[in-house]
Design a binder for this molecule. Sequence first.
Ligand code: NAI
Length: 329
Amino acid sequence: MKVLFYAAKIYDKRSFDPLIPRFEGVEVDYIDPELEPRTATLAKGYDAICAFVSADVGAKTLEILKECGVKTVLMRCAGFNNVDIEKAKELGITVKRVPGYSPESVAELAMALALAVNRRLYKAYNKVRENDYSLKGLRGVNFYQKTAGIVGTGKIGAAMCRICKGFGMRVIAYDVYQNPSLKDFVEYVSFDELLAQSDLISLHCPLMDSTYHMINIESIKKMKDGVILVNTSRGALVDTNELIEGIRLKKFLGVGLDVYEEEAGNVYEDRSDDIMEHSVTARLLAFPNVMITSHQGFYTMEALAAIAETTLQNLVDAEKGIRTDNDVA
Ligand code: NAI
């Protein structure tokens, strides 16, 4: 079974290579280019390809992969909004992903972002480095006894609920399904009630038609003044231009984003010498109450090990025609 890893980074090699000998018959090649229609032809001769969050696994790419003889697409991540699932089904390409590899890795980053924007840690760090020990611009609020509103209470959202509970917060949530494991300490409310009551809003639902731009100027206006918003899920849950409008209305104490709409060309690239063509991200970064990280929620030792293990098992399962909960097509 030959598998081609697109957009492979050194940490991918480090987490996958030690495990490969345990999966008999699996051969892996790592390449730098991202998967998109132009690079899909590189998969000729491979049984499977492995892609990540920024890949373009749309209809055109899938058609080319099919022509190249690829039978399986392995997503080494939980989200699969960048895959045209219907097209994959139509072409008979199996698509597997890694759901819930380490929910805490993402939830802990969500809380880290919430704390960092609340207490302006990025600013405090730089101030002290410059011998500025004043407190100007650093005042935050306690989370203790405040209300955390968690949108999406699957694996990551549930972990975030537990963390917020640990901080002594009241935890409310909105989801289309209620998670029974949370019934002792989470109160489910409508989306509008969550917006109106929360001091901290953290997004943990997948990107779908029904969740696209769920945070827009209308929903922002329903939030409390001085709310903290954190998005570690997918960028397009938030309408960036309308978020900027909301920030200018002084709605937010802080905004922490591990994901944002324009991230595709940036994620895991060093663009420090580039003159950025698009200004939306730059505009966001100009606000003192915004902190952006580059899709690093999954980036812990534990999560990487779990991703590698499950992805290789997914490959073996696909080869044997075994369908599991990890199948999305
Ligand atoms: P999950 O599938 O366990 O949970 C998703 C939850 O969202 C489910 O409870 C589902 O019912 C709920 N949901 C679906 N539609 C909804 C709607 N319209 N409104 C509210 N809730 C809705 O997924 P998991 O593992 O918790 O991951 C959540 C998301 O986190 C993923 O879809 C992915 O986009 C993102 N993620 C981000 C990472 C990062 O590095 N920043 C890493 C891993 C995942």
